[in-house]
Design a protein around this ligand. Structure first.
Ligand SMILES: [Zn+2]
Length: 208
């Protein structure tokens, strides 16, 4: 009797272990596992051990910017400075909404304040947060510029991004070196071409 009792207990323990492990596997991981199986991949291959969980983490990271609130990122300070401020060479990663493939590149941002400036790190933080979701590059620069205008209320701002898109590099036309540049001009930058020119001159000097 005693032996049977122990054996049943061990069985119960191993059952509950399986259930606990099952509960830890989230729905997204299971879906990714199903996707791989559907593609004919053998999930018992040693290199796929943990792959569904890693891919789930990756896509969660790449979409975490969906609910970002720019007002919480852009802390402002009073300032009398009223000329061009440029923050350049900001790396970003985003997801193409048509293929859910990565595109990456650099963004340059400029603004002319109207009594308020923001901390230097806040602009890269805003760009990287707003990029972390599926969004076309055209809308990305527009939404960053619009958010900055509504929160900081400068006289104008400009966002310029150059990106390389995996959906152009690895499928379709397969152009590995193709880049896309998108620009959003707001306020004073729309009215004064000389200001846009000054922005580009600053970037050219930074590039050297
Ligand atoms: Zn695409």
């Amino acid at each position: 009797m005693s032996v049977m009792w122990e054996s049943e207990t061990q069985q119960d323990q191993s059952m509950s272990l399986v259930l606990t492990e099952g509960a830890k596997t989230d729905r997204l991981e299971r879906i990714i596992g199903d996707l791989m199986t559907e593609l004919g991949l053998d999930l018992t291959n040693q290199h796929f051990d943990g792959t569904p969980a890693r891919v789930a983490r990756l896509y969660r990271e790449l979409t975490r910017g969906s609910g970002v609130d720019p007002a919480k990122i852009l802390k402002t300070f009073d300032s009398k400075h009223s000329e061009l401020i440029v923050v350049s060479e900001i790396n970003f990663y985003s997801l193409c909404p048509h293929h859910l493939l990565i595109y990456r590149g650099k963004m340059h941002f400029g603004y002319v304040p109207d009594g308020k400036i923001v901390g230097l790190s806040k602009i890269p933080r805003l760009i990287q947060a707003m990029a972390s979701r599926p969004i076309v590059q055209e809308d990305l620069v527009s939404e960053i510029a619009d958010s900055f205008m509504s929160v900081v209320r400068p006289l104008g701002c400009v966002a310029r991004a150059t990106g390389r898109h995996d959906c152009v590099a690895v499928r379709g036309v397969k152009c590995h070196e193709a880049q896309m540049t998108t620009v959003a001009l707001r306020g004073l930058f729309r009215e004064k071409p000389s200001l846009v020119e000054e922005f580009h001159q600053v970037l050219t000097r930074v590039d050297k």
